[in-house]
Structure formats: C-alpha cells, structure tokens
Ligand binder design. Structure first.
Ligand SMILES: Cc1ncc(COP(=O)(O)O)c(C=O)c1O
Length: 397
C-alpha cells in the first residue's frame, strides 16, 4: 500500500514490516495532509471566534462529529471528543459512579485492558462499590453462564471490551446488552480494538456508551471518542470543568452547556479531530468490510503457520479479531521481539496492559502480532521465517 509514507522506510537495512497495529496503526497521507492543512490554512480556536479562520476551524471540527456519528450509526450530539479510549473510560468511571450507593456493583471481565479496569477499581475504592469479574474459558471466551449469575439487581454498570487486545476474543455485545438492560444496568463497551476492524452500529449493539481511540484506526494520537445515548448523556454529570462546557458562570454558580459540549472542557485537540475525520474517510474508501475480510484471512494464515511451531502456545479462540498472542517455551518474549526487530519486524511483547489476564493465563508476558490494512501474506511468511530463526538463536542452536 503506497499511501502510508512510513512504510517506505527501512529498519536496520530491512523493509519495515509493521505488525504492531493493535498498539497503534500507521497514518495514511490523507490524515497527515488534513492535519497539515489545518495548521497551514485555517488554524484558529473552535466555537469562540467571530472571524473567518475560527469559523472554518469550527465547521471542520463539527463536520468530523457528524462523520463519526454516521460511521457508528449514532447522532451527532451523542459524540464526545476526548483524548483517547482511556480518557473516555475515565470520564465514565468518574461520572457514572457519582450517584451510586455503597455496595452497588460493577461487573467487568478478567480480559480488560488496564484502561477499562483501573479507573473502575479506583473509583470503586473511593465510593465503596463492589467489582465483580467475569472469568474466561480455556479457549479465551467469556464464561457467559457465570456472567448471568453475577448479574443481579445490585448491578449498576457492566463494562467490557468488544475485542480483547490480548486474546482477540470478540464478545457478544448485543446478547450481553439484552441481559444488562433487563436488570436496569448500564452497558459500557471498550471498542478500541473493534472500531478499526469491523462495522460498528451502536443502535444494533444497543450499548449505552462506547469508547475508542483515533490512533488505532489510522488517525492521529491525542483524539478519542466517547459515544453515549443522548438521554443518558443529558443526565450524566460532567468530568472536566472549564471553558466551553458552560452555559452561564457567576462567582457563585455555574450552569452547563448542552451535550456534547458539556463534556468538552477547554480547547480540544482540533488538528487531531480533523485528522480523525480523514481517517474515517480512509476507512470508508477502503471499505471496513473489505478490511475485515483481509485481516481475517491474514490472521487465519498466520495462525496456521504459527501452529506448526512445536514450542509455541497461542492464546485465545480460533474465531478472533486481527491479532495473535503467543509464548515460546523457555524463551523470554522480549528476546524474540528484539530479534524480530533486527529483521525489520515490529511486534509487541510484555503484559500488553492486561496484567490480570496474564495472571489468569499463568504467564508473565506474551508476544503479539497484530494486523492492519497494509499487511500481506508475504510479510507473514517473512515473519514466520524470522521467528523460526529467532527461536533457534534463543535456544542456542
Ligand atoms: C482493548 C483496549 N482498550 C483500551 C486501550 C487504551 O487505548 P488508548 O491507549 O488509546 O487510550 C487499548 C490500547 O491498547 C486497548 O487495546
């Protein structure tokens, strides 16, 4: 794919093979240009200025809100721009727990990324709430029968990942939403890994809130999205206070702006939001269903090749998103990743920000390869060759 300038670079004299897409994706020319154009041609603050540049910046910024809304089948007012998935989830953990009572319960799963675990854990400590965790089966899928038992009238919030960044598991959100709502609880979905991979329709999923990051979907870092049902956002207290999120301020009192502005205090990351708009255009032009099929094919192929290596254990189910975590018997994950790097292959090793899950899997670290729109079967062949070579080196052969 030639619209990603970075893919032309060399790493230690080799062609770059970028297999760390679950951490962050590379950016196409269209995204780089959109951000550059903003700074060169119409850099101004949004929502405030009465001059042409400010008007152009505001129009561009608000147009992306409409684009994001259409992309996930939401309404514009239901889209809040944040810094990242992490910030979106912190916002929810802080604001959703404000009106909960001591001993109210939150259900998470053991496969959560730290960003969907630590905020709830810390707020639960401050507010005397109880957290319960849905366990996983040996194949890396959620134990839904246990989940059904954990759900009670005490459950107020259920928050879980749509697509696990370690196991690749795709959780059945629609089915979970039905159960959660039958108990009158609120459903939060961490869609950081699913939005770049599959068509998301929030109305069909019927989740109450959904969070994702621009940088994992070919957009820039520094911009995230929080979707929330309008009726719920209207009742939700704000997280950050300051400029732009207010209606009226006196020395004694403040009233808040309408949604979504109530949740966007201060100058937002304007260039990054504009870059996100270009990333969505890119995803739409490439077609998200075509991207999904391509990445599924690569994942299936890589799984088949990895399973030929005796000393290797793959984690997670057969049917999965575009990522594979594995370990090699008696070899430290970092040693493998460092050797792959010398061949120009970017992969990831460690706890992948999911320490509790790795404790469940009984490992300290894994190696992860994750695929994007620009990866090819030839790259996987090269990766497998390089991996076999690395295993030999690590085993002293
Ligand atoms: C499943 C999942 N949730 C949340 C995050 C956090 O995303 P960010 O670092 O962009 O806030 C990640 C990042 O790897 C992730 O994979």
């Amino acid at each position: 794919m030639n619209n990603f300038p970075i893919l032309k670079r060399q790493v230690y004299g080799n062609k770059l093979i970028y297999l760390d897409n679950a951490a962050t994706t590379q950016k196409p020319e269209i995204v780089l240009q959109a951000m550059d154009n903003y700074y060169r041609d119409y850099n101004a603050n949004v929502h405030r200025g009465i001059h042409l540049l400010a008007e152009e910046a505001t129009v561009a910024y608000e147009k992306v809100r409409e684009q994001v809304a259409k992309f996930i089948n939401a309404e514009s007012e239901e889209i809040i721009f944040t810094k990242s998935t992490t910030e979106s989830l912190n916002l929810l953990a802080y604001s959703l727990t404000q009106n909960l009572k001591k001993n109210d319960e939150i259900i998470l799963t053991v496969m959560e990324h730290h960003s969907n675990l630590v905020p709830w854990q810390q707020l639960a400590k401050q507010r005397g709430l109880v957290i319960k965790y849905v366990p996983i089966k040996t194949n890396g899928e959620l134990k839904l029968d246990t989940f059904n038992k954990l759900l009670t009238k005490k459950t107020k919030i259920v928050s879980l990942t749509h697509l696990s960044n370690v196991l690749g598991t795709i959780n059945p959100i629609k089915e979970i939403a039905k159960k959660v709502h039958s108990f009158g609880a609120t459903l939060v979905v961490d869609a950081a890994q699913s939005v770049p991979f599959m068509q998301i329709d929030v109305k069909e999923l019927n989740c109450d809130y959904l969070a994702f990051s621009g940088h994992k979907m070919y957009g820039p870092t520094g911009v995230g999205v929080l979707y929330g049902k309008k009726t719920l956002l209207e009742k939700l207290p704000p997280f950050l206070y300051g400029g732009d999120m207010i209606e009226k301020v006196t020395l004694k009192e403040t009233t808040f702006n309408t949604v979504p502005y109530k949740f966007e205090a201060g100058t937002p990351n304007i260039a990054e939001v504009i870059g996100l708009g270009a990333a969505i255009k890119f995803l739409q032009e490439e077609n998200i269903n075509t991207i999904k099929s391509h990445e599924e094919e690569l994942t299936k192929y890589a799984l088949k090749e990895l399973n030929k290596i005796n000393s290797l254990t793959v984690y997670g189910p057969q049917k999965r998103g575009p990522l594979i975590s594995f370990t090699i018997k008696n070899v430290h994950p970092h040693d493998i990743t460092a050797l792959l790097d010398k061949d120009g292959i970017a992969s990831r090793a460690g706890h992948l920000c999911a320490m509790p899950l790795l404790q469940e899997l009984n490992v300290d670290g894994v190696i992860r390869v994750s695929f994007g729109v620009y990866n090819t079967k030839e790259e996987i062949d090269f990766f497998i060759k390089s991996l076999n070579k690395a295993i030999k080196v690590c085993n002293g052969n």
